[in-house]
Every structure is written in C-alpha cells, then in structure tokens.
Write a protein that binds this ligand. Sequence first.
Ligand SMILES: Cc1cc2nc3c(=O)[nH]c(=O)nc-3n(C[C@H](O)[C@H](O)[C@H](O)COP(=O)(O)OP(=O)(O)OC[C@H]3O[C@@H](n4cnc5c(N)ncnc54)[C@H](O)[C@@H]3O)c2cc1C
Length: 290
Amino acid sequence: MNIIYELDLQKVTTIGIKSKAVGLIEVDTIEHLHQTFDYIHNEDVQAMLLGNGSNIIPSKEFITYYLIKIKKRNEFHAKMAHEKVYVTARGGDSLKRFVMWCADKGLKGVECLAGIPGTIGGAVKMNAGSFGGEIGDFVKEISVWHETQGLLNFKKEEIDFSYRNISLPLEKGHWCIWEVIFEFSRQDPKIVKSRIRENYMKKKNTQPVLEKSCGCVFKNPGGYAAGYLLEKAGLKRKRIGDMEFSHLHANFLINRGKGTPAQAMELIEIGKKKVFDKFGINLELEVKII
Ligand SMILES: Cc1cc2nc3c(=O)[nH]c(=O)nc-3n(C[C@H](O)[C@H](O)[C@H](O)COP(=O)(O)OP(=O)(O)OC[C@H]3O[C@@H](n4cnc5c(N)ncnc54)[C@H](O)[C@@H]3O)c2cc1C
C-alpha cells in the first residue's frame, strides 16, 4: 500500500487551492482496496475516492480525509459483437486518453466528453457530459467494489443515471467504481475526431478551460443556466483574494494563484445568496466540497 501523508491538495485537484489532506493512498488491485479500508477504519479517519480532482473543492486548509486513488493503466480493451463495440476501462484511467483512443477507433458519441479533465470513475460517478450527451449514454455495465459487499456487477438497467449523479442499489458504506464496460456503435474516425475538435473549440471559447478551476460550481436549475443566473446577479469577475467567478463563464470559479478554501467558500455563499435574492432560485452545488 503506497501512502503519501500530509497530501498537498494543490497537486491533485485542478482548482489547486492551498489545502492539505491526511493522506493519499493509491490502489492497484482489489486486495489493496480491502487493505486500505481495513487500515482507514483502524485510524478512524474519513475516506473518499479521488479521480483527477477536477470536480472537488477543499473547504478547509486541512481536510481530515484519506483520499483513495485507483492507479491508472490507460490500457483499454475492445471486443466486437455484431454492429457494436464493447470497451473496458479502469476507474482510474484518464477520460481524455479514453476519448482519444475511442476517436482513433471511430467509436461514435465520445465527442460529448471532449475536454472534460476527469477519470473514468469520476466521470461515471458524476455522469459527466456536455453538448447534449453524457457518459451514462454509453455505459453497458460497471464493476463496483463495496467495503462490505465486495465486488459487484451492475448492468445499465440497474444504474440510475441522473443529471451529474448516479445512484446504485448498494448498502451504506464506501464504494468505488473499479471497471466500466462501454457500448458504442461505429463511425468514420475522421468524423468523430472532427466533432471532438469542434466541441473542444466551443468549450475553449466559452469556458476558462486553461485556468485553474473545477468546472461548473452549480448545477443548472430546471430551465435555466446557472452561469446566466450568476452573471445577471452580478457575479462575473466577482473576486475575493485570488478566487474569482470567471469573466468568460460565471459558473466557473477560478483560482488566480494563491486562492484559499475560505475565499472559495465565501464566493460560493455570495453566489447562492445573490441568485436567490434576485431570482428566488436555490442553486444546488455540482462540485463536491470536502
Ligand atoms: C476545465 C473543466 C471543464 C469541465 N467540463 C465539464 C463538462 O463539460 N461536463 C461535466 O460533466 N463536467 C465537467 N467538469 C467537471 C469534472 O471534470 C467532471 O465532473 C469529471 O467527471 C470529474 O472526474 P474526476 O475524475 O476529476 O473526479 P473527482 O473530481 O476526483 O471526483 C468527483 C467525485 O467522484 C468521486 N469519484 C472519483 N473517482 C471515483 C471512483 N472510481 N469511484 C467512485 N467515486 C469516484 C469522488 O469521490 C467525488 O465524489 C469540468 C472540469 C474542469 C476543471
């Protein structure tokens, strides 16, 4: 078991806020997961799965958590059956590498995942997506490890995919998306790649993709874009210390360099309050605050 104590969260989250956690444990096998949770229970510290840290904001300068990360292999395996292609990926694998691999093979639909900087496990947990599609559209089956139930398989029909979330019929306790099988139909790779380029350019023109951020802070409340509501409530460019609501897209909180958890939390509260005062709408968080 490989443990890094006093983990610097600036290194493992895309928003890069100054904060530390108790430790990071990297796991490569199911046996490691068993050992890890036995160890954590003895330590009496909280635990949480970490993907690429692209949808996480630490709320304090020290987080009393062990973060558990599945070692990435980025070795994807494809099987053909009739007109379909089934691809297996590990929870810790890079979504970006997966999207490019699928594009090379001409697998239709991955375009909606272009430019999302997560892992396979994090993206499935968040049911990530854009441009009218989400990862759940292509999931056929997932293997989930649960701390008391062990390794379980869920078919698509047993998984409840909703807007930026999934729920599974599991007992209470820690669990982790270990492996995912996707189902795709085929298309000319040139078409898939050109759609990926197109989508990425659209993203780059409308979102601060090159800044330190965690993607959208709030979910879009039914019928509205959270970015629009925040902009109309005067939050674009609103800055406290080094944290700021982006001028390009008000639903992106960006770290200008030395942002702190307190500054981020204060801006989130202000954003919620201003939108509620102006529109009577309660914004719900999309990011995970730890
Ligand atoms: C520039 C930028 C653009 C973005 N654009 C989009 C977009 O267009 N659409 C979109 O949906 N999102 C977007 N995001 C948000 C983010 O990239 C996605 O939510 C992504 O899927 C999160 O994956 P991750 O691996 O980074 O997860 P993390 O941020 O590490 O974790 C997110 C959640 O998933 C859980 N988790 C992680 N791995 C596992 C696992 N193996 N098993 C169980 N739970 C797990 C964590 O515990 C946490 O609750 C963007 C983010 C950035 C920074």
